[in-house]
Structures are given as structure tokens and as C-alpha cells.
Write a protein that binds this ligand. Structure first.
Ligand SMILES: NC(=O)c1ccc[n+]([C@@H]2O[C@H](COP(=O)([O-])OP(=O)(O)OC[C@H]3O[C@@H](n4cnc5c(N)ncnc54)[C@H](OP(=O)(O)O)[C@@H]3O)[C@@H](O)[C@H]2O)c1
Length: 259
């Protein structure tokens, strides 16, 4: 890979004020890209963390912009992409990272929760792809979706898993349908990662307590694979969702024991 490949390129990472999204933003900035950060809830901790991260990225010499937008709203996504274009001038990498879902069985979801689940985690991601297309076509850009093991394995309190599975199909399908427009689409399916949502997850998935500490991942491990998928080194990979889980999914039928 050319040393300066990421220089003067721009990445938009949805839901990047904290957690895995912020690790992806840092890694892409360190690689040389300018960054459009996004969060949903104005006036809260997320906004504060996003502002802090903006300063941190500027500190390493890259441009960074923080844009509030709720990806579940078409209008909001339109203004997210418009602002990205106005501020950055281009878009090379669209990282679909934002997610929001209740932890409870599908059959107990209230109508409002079910709609929010689909609106944010499926429709919202597709809004982002649709609106970013002209910019990505111009740059020959890449889309990377962040999935989780819930796409492949059942957990009673994780309705988000079915949306992740649907999106992994979108990764496969859009990789084909967008190929002729010069756009590459792939995904990263993460194991259990230490973030704010991990703290909530452990209250609902008791098996997590049985997991040895070394199976719990750092956000940077997901971020490194995202940077790889954004780089020309991944040119042979299209329409794939790569599992990055420290081998956890290989052990699912042999529950790991704490030492
Ligand atoms: N943590 C894990 O163990 C794990 C494992 C595998 C995959 N993943 C996936 O990795 C991604 C990031 O997970 P995380 O644990 O880092 O999440 P997190 O700590 O809960 O952060 C989620 C981020 O998404 C934003 N967001 C939520 N809804 C949004 C919306 N409608 N529009 C725009 N932004 C929105 C949040 O902003 P606000 O704070 O403003 O809402 C926040 O910045 C998710 O797709 C998740 O499913 C996580």
C-alpha cells in the first residue's frame, strides 16, 4: 500500500462519538484520513465525547468534523451527507457503525421498539448508502458495515442480531449491485467488545460472565480490520463480512470456562 494512500481522503463513520466508532475514527485519522464524526443525541455525553474526539484528531494533524444526525430519519441522513460534502469536499469511506436496540426477546418488543430497531439498524443504514452514492461513485469509495455475532448465533435478548443478519445480506447484494459504479462493500462481524454497550450486554447475556477475559476484545481490533478493508490491500475482498472475534465463534458449542 502506498504510504500516503489515506492522505486527503475522507471517512464518515456513523455513531462515532464513542465505542467502536471512535476507535475506527482514530485509526483512520492516524492512517491519514480526514474524519466526519456522527452522533445521534444532541446535548448529551455523546456530543461532549464527539467534541473531544474532534480535538484529538485535529491534534494529530487531520481535519475532523462532528455532525449530529439520526440515521433512522431520511431527512437527517440527507443533511449528514450534505454537511459531509460541504465540509470535507469528498467522501471515500462510509463506515456503517451506528446501532441502537433494546435488549429483550423479539416477541416482547413493543411496536415502537420494533420500528426503532428496523428504522435505525436496517433502513437507516440503507438511507446512508443511498445518500452517499454520488460521493462514493466519484471517489471510487468503500462501504464497511459493522456487524456482530448476533447475525449468526441466537441470543434471547438480542433482537439486533436479526438486523445484523439482514445487513450482512445487504453487504453481499450491494457489493454486486454497486461494483460497476466502482464502489466496494464489505463488513466486519465483531465478537464481544469492551464498550458502553458491553456493560449493558453483560446484564442480559449471562454466558458472558463465563467467558475468560482474553476473549473480550478491544475496539481497536475491529478498527484495524476496518482500516484494512478501506485500504487497497483488501482489493480481493468483495461482499464479505469478516469475523473478528478472537475465535469466540469457534468455541460456541464448547462454552469456555473461567480459569
Ligand atoms: N460492543 C460490542 O460488543 C459489539 C460487538 C460487535 C459489534 N458491535 C457493533 O459495533 C457498533 C458500535 O457498537 P458500540 O458498542 O461501540 O456502540 P455504543 O457504544 O452503544 O455507541 C453507539 C454509537 O452509535 C450512535 N447512534 C445510535 N443510534 C444512532 C442513530 N440513530 N443515528 C446516529 N448515531 C446513532 C450513538 O450515538 P448516541 O450516543 O448519540 O446515541 C453512539 O455514538 C454497533 O453496530 C454494534 O452493533 C458491537
Amino acid at each position: 500500500m502506498r504510504q500516503d494512500y489515506f492522505k486527503d481522503k475522507t471517512a464518515l463513520i456513523t455513531g462515532s462519538s464513542r465505542g467502536i466508532g471512535s476507535a475506527i475514527a482514530r485509526k483512520l485519522a492516524l492512517a491519514g484520513a480526514d474524519i466526519a464524526l456522527n452522533y445521534r443525541k444532541a446535548g448529551g455525553a455523546s456530543q461532549e465525547q464527539g467534541e473531544q474526539l474532534c480535538k484529538e484528531i485535529e491534534g494529530i494533524g487531520r481535519r475532523a468534523f462532528l455532525i449530529q444526525a439520526d440515521i433512522s430519519s431520511k431527512e437527517s441522513v440527507k443533511s449528514l451527507i450534505k454537511e459531509t460534502k460541504e465540509r470535507c469536499g469528498r467522501l471515500d469511506f462510509l463506515i456503517l457503525n451506528a446501532a441502537r436496540a433494546p435488549f429483550k426477546p423479539l416477541e416482547r418488543l413493543l411496536e415502537r421498539e420494533l420500528r426503532q430497531l428496523v428504522d435505525t439498524n436496517y433502513i437507516g443504514n440503507i438511507f446512508c448508502i443511498q445518500e452517499a452514492l454520488p460521493l462514493l461513485e466519484e471517489s471510487g469509495g468503500k462501504i464497511v458495515f459493522i456487524s456482530s455475532l448476533g447475525s449468526r448465533f441466537y441470543n434471547p435478548s438480542y433482537p439486533l442480531g436479526s438486523m445484523k443478519a439482514a445487513m450482512e445480506s445487504v453487504v453481499r447484494d450491494s457489493a454486486e449491485s454497486l461494483k460497476d459504479r466502482g464502489i466496494t462493500v464489505n463488513g466486519v462481524c465483531g465478537g464481544i467488545v469492551k464498550t458502553d454497550s458491553f456493560k449493558v450486554l453483560r446484564q442480559y447475556i449471562e454466558e458472558i460472565e463465563l467467558m475468560p477475559e482474553e476473549m473480550v476484545m478491544e475496539p481497536e481490533e475491529i478498527a484495524d480490520t476496518v482500516v484494512f478493508l478501506c485500504s487497497p490491500d483488501s482489493r480481493g475482498i468483495r461482499g464479505q463480512t469478516i469475523v473478528v472475534d478472537r475465535g469466540l465463534s469457534s468455541r460456541l458449542f464448547r462454552p469456555p470456562k473461567k480459569s
